[in-house]
Structures are given as structure tokens and as C-alpha cells.
Design a protein around this ligand. Sequence first.
Ligand code: SIN
Ligand code: FE2
Length: 210
Amino acid sequence: MTAVDVNGVRVLKGFLDRPAQVTLVEAVRAVVAEAPLRRPTTPWGKPMSVRMTAAGRVGWVVERGRYGYAPRCPETGRPWPAIPEPALAVWRAVADWPDDPDSMLVNWYGEGARMGMHRDADEDAWAAPVVSVSLGDPAVFRVGGLARRDATASILLESGDVAVLGGAARLAYHGVDRVRFGGSSLLPAGGRINLTFRVVAPHIGAETQA
Ligand code: SIN
Ligand code: FE2
């Protein structure tokens, strides 16, 4: 395993071996069976190309034209499934944070899916890092700075790579330019799964989220 710094984002290349990746994919499939993937529509009315779901106390959703974290899956009306143990193990190994994450977001990239440059700023706990796990097809991941105009650099995130957005890079702009569809054999039908672990707030009661 080698660590690469991309504008302050620490990328741990090859952190997960193939058996660990297979275990995580099975865990993600169990999450998706309970909380189905959906394509959120941005507040500007445009459907995103990435399909999403979540596990944990809260999940990231777009509801009534607003981004935020909600305690229930909008698709089923039920609480989100628990974050699977093997996924928590990745966070515990790399986050350097005393608590477990409140949420694991699942991003599913099919052919042609991408994610525009954005900051992960909907959490109220920016001291904690965001930890990202890549599974399946390789993706061109772009990282900028704290301002949209800042210079960017990109890196290929491959299956098993783990990225830590922490410290000064916690609120850095980042996005996925493209996925090399079919570029990995991990997912038989192709595609890319990205998991991000987030501490959302020090205390979130089940009732406090809109
Ligand atoms: C994200 O920024 O939420 C996703 C990053 C990725 O897919 O690698
Ligand atoms: Fe993000």
C-alpha cells in the first residue's frame, strides 16, 4: 500500500485487498436490498447521474428541494440499515477519530455517471474526516481547494483505494470526472461503488432531522 497526497487528500492506494473488496460489495448489496438506490434530483430540478442510498443513523437525501441528512430512507419510510461491520472496520482503521460515523453513503456509478465539483458541507462536524472507499471500476477523482476557483489535481481511484478528506482538505472541492466503465472485474455487470463515511453531528436525535 502506498499513500499519495492530492491537494491534502490522503489516498491510500490498494488499502483493501480483493477478498476485503468482495466482502464490502456483499455488505453493500445487503444495504441496497433494505434501502433501494435512487437518483436524487438536485434543488435545480436535474436528476443526478449517480444512484444513492445510505446506512447508519442518518442518510443524505434531497427532499423538498433541499439537501440534508434524514433518519429515514425516503424510498421505504423506514430507518436506514445499520452500517455493516466490515465497512466500519475501514473507518476505524483510517479515520483517526474516536467515534464511529453517523452515516455511510453509497454512491453507485453506472455507465456515464459522474459527480460535479462540490464540497461535503452538509455535516455539522467538520473536524471529523470524510473517508471514501472505492470499489469496482476506476474513476478520475479531482480535488481542488477551499474555493471553487482554486487549482485542481486529479488521481485515478481504483478498486480498494481509500481516500481520507481530513484537516485542511475536509472542505475541499472534489468531484468525479468520469468512470472507466468495465475497467475492473469486481462488479460483474460493471460500474463503480463509492462509500463515504461521515460524522454528521455530535448528537442527532431521531426526531431532530427534517
Ligand atoms: C462524493 O464526493 O460523494 C463521491 C466521491 C467519489 O465517488 O469518489
Ligand atoms: Fe463529496
